[in-house]
Design a binder for this molecule. Structure first.
Ligand SMILES: [Zn+2]
Length: 644
């Protein structure tokens, strides 16, 4: 697919896929298509532009510089790379052990004096990670890592817990998570502890920077820490290496309990790090075996649309195919943009593929079909849907499904945590309300107007169960934490973190209102807060926000909140403008700046703190302007030294 692209388009396609995968939890490309895209790029243009780590530090959490870089292994891909090469590599590294390669989030546990740990992500280039504010409860507290070593492991979610979590999310009207790998990152990279963090597992396998054998690392981890340690197998002979690796991989795949995306192959020699050294990016004392995941061919018979809280998501109904012992009849399409990108129509013969996802995705159209896929109206209310960035939304505030989804959202664990309030119950509440109170248009706050008697009239409820739900609603509406209250407003753009950010900064709704009322430029003031963008600032200063607050305050009381401001780094909020040609890709420097809490500015003004320019003595217009307004001129090398 990359042959027809220009260099810029090709690079942009890779970055888009990075963003979809790491930031949006919404991957459009299959893993091997992504790998192929990168491989083709490197073949044509070299690896320099790709010298960044996708999903690097985001600037939201405290940074931590790894004393030894957290390295990644080079890959050997079955069906792409030469099999003789694999045998040769194994011979060099002999004796060799193999371990599962988990498809999760890499986290290093740095021990404190009391054996409690600081848990840090891999981050930018494996050098600067983020300190996770929350971790799996089992491993929080003292005495967990008494080894004295930093221990590297992988956080992942089991197939079973993934299904359980998604069931709960859907029962509350939330969208299920699509990808097991992203579940770990998505749950841990939140300021506020998600109730699902404890569904995650952590398994360890390495002591970063220590030149010990895999067996020694395993021994230290299992006897001096509370962490689980990965399984391991020694290979019998270099000549049967590929067979042995594949048998090991197949056995793990067959168990189908943990997400793996390959096999780690490591030298069991003493001092192997010193002996084999490093390439530019990878240690040479091991590599990762990757298998292309299997593909299946089927025919698309229909496309149905499932309504989430706002978004309509397309799902393809396909002719049944057997995959991993299960009959598959649905394939995920993610959004309307993907339908367009694939050129999909009903009747099309397609290739589908299943990685570590519950429902497989369509990766390619082999033969076009005959019927165009259309969606003009909301499947619930019949109003036209609005397309924003390739996604379809129902923006009708009177849409029954939307109201029901909001009710279930407010009841979910992350918001008011109302025990026993499912999406089905929410739908019944909306239907009952419309039947009984035709004159009063329902909104999600009808939830708080239901009495036990009213609930008892809903289908499937008896006096006792109605009483119980009524009591949970009443209890959940008292002394609500401020971040949860803000989330419960059900306003677009006021998502997971905004409530927490506002609460930490202002401490109360009254304070938020007052500060907004008194600010000369309230939107600009709000945007100076890290994590608040222009759309959110606009929403917070709108009538819609104050009306939603008033409405919810009639039903819900807020508990006092202790505000706290996060300590800011030296470069937090500083504005950097980059200009001219530089030794490394621009994106590399931008990521460094953002990781340090700084911002990239587009043009030089009195608000610019630094102009990054190769020749600091340049007489270009930008450089002159910078000197005029007192902006400091620094070279990219100085920038690196400053921020790394
Ligand atoms: Zn609708």
């Amino acid at each position: 697919m990359s042959q027809d692209l220009t260099r810029e388009e090709h690079l942009a396609a890779i970055k888009k896929a990075d963003r979809e995968y790491y930031e949006l939890d919404d991957p459009v490309l299959a893993d091997e298509e992504y790998d192929a895209l990168r491989r083709d790029y490197i073949d044509k243009y070299g690896a320099e532009d790709l010298n960044y780590v996708p999903g690097g530090a985001t600037g939201d959490f405290d940074k931590f510089t790894h004393p030894s870089p957290v390295t990644s292994l080079s890959k050997w891909t079955k069906g792409v790379d030469d099999e003789a090469d694999l045998v040769k590599k194994v011979e060099e590294l002999w004796p060799v052990v193999i371990q599962p390669k988990f498809d999760g989030l890499t986290v290093v546990a740095y021990p404190n004096a009391d054996g409690s740990c600081r848990f840090v992500t891999r981050g930018l280039g494996g050098r600067i990670g983020e300190v996770l504010p929350n971790f799996i409860r089992e491993y929080e507290g003292p005495g967990v890592n008494k080894s004295g070593y930093a221990v590297r492991g992988e956080v992942y979610i089991t197939q079973e817990n993934f299904a359980k979590m998604n069931e709960e999310l859907m029962a509350h009207g939330d969208e299920p998570m699509k990808n097991m790998r992203n579940a770990a990152a998505g749950l841990l990279r939140r300021k506020e502890r998600s109730p699902y963090v404890d569904y995650l597992s952590y398994v360890c396998y390495e002591l970063p920077g220590e030149d010990v054998t895999p067996q020694e690392a395993r021994q230290i981890i299992s006897s001096h820490t509370e962490f689980k340690v990965t399984s391991m197998q020694e290979l019998a002979s270099p000549n049967s290496a590929l067979e042995e690796i594949e048998a090991y991989y197949d056995a793990l795949k067959l168990q189908n309990t943990i997400p793996i995306d390959g096999i780690v192959v490591k030298s069991g020699q003493r001092n192997s790090l010193e002996k084999f050294g490093f390439t530019a990016h990878h240690p040479r004392n091991g590599f990762a075996y990757k298998a292309l995941s299997e593909k299946f061919v089927t025919v698309v018979r229909d496309v149905i649309w499932q309504m989430g809280r706002r978004k309509a998501t397309p799902v393809a109904i396909v002719d049944p195919v057997e995959i991993d012992g299960a009959t598959v009849t649905r394939a995920s399409l993610h959004n309307a943009a993907m339908i367009k990108e694939l050129g999909l129509s009903i009747g099309a013969t397609v290739e589908i593929h299943k990685a570590n996802e519950i429902i497989p995705q369509i990766t390619k159209v082999l033969e076009p079909g005959d019927t165009e896929i259309t969606l003009a109206v909301c499947p619930s209310c019949g109003e036209p849907l609005e397309e924003i960035n390739g996604q379809q939304f129902c923006n009708n505030p009177a849409c029954d499904e939307r109201i029901a989804q909001d009710i279930a959202f407010v009841g979910s664990k992350d918001v008011l945590n109302i025990d026993g309030l499912s999406i089905e119950t929410a739908r019944k509440m909306v239907a009952y309300w419309k039947e009984q109170y035709a004159a009063v248009k329902p909104t999600y706050t009808i939830l708080f107007s239901f009495t036990a008697e009213m609930l008892a009239k809903l289908e499937g409820f008896a006096e006792k169960s109605a009483e119980k739900l009524y009591n949970s609603i009443t209890a959940a509406s008292q002394d609500v934490e401020l971040p949860r209250f803000i989330k419960a407003l059900c306003l677009p753009g006021i998502g997971t973190d905004v409530g927490k950010i506002l609460a930490d900064r202002f401490g109360s709704i009254e304070e938020i209102n007052q500060v907004i009322a008194e600010a000369e430029e309230p939107q600009a003031m709000l945007q100076e807060i890290n994590g608040i963008g222009p759309k959110t600032a606009e929403m917070l200063t709108s009538n819609k926000f104050s009306m939603a607050v008033n409405m919810l305050q009639r039903h819900v009381t807020i508990a006092p909140y202790a505000k706290q401001e996060a300590p800011a780094g030296e470069y937090a909020g500083k504005v950097f403008v980059l200009t001219g040609k530089m030794a490394k890709p621009r994106s590399f420097y931008v990521e460094l700046i953002e990781a340090a809490g700084g911002k990239e500015g587009k043009s030089v003004s009195s608000k610019t703190d630094y102009l990054v320019i190769q020749d600091v003595n340049s007489t270009s217009a930008k450089a002159k302007k910078a000197r005029e307004v007192g902006t400091q001129l620094i070279s990219p090398e100085e920038l690196e030294n400053m921020l790394l």
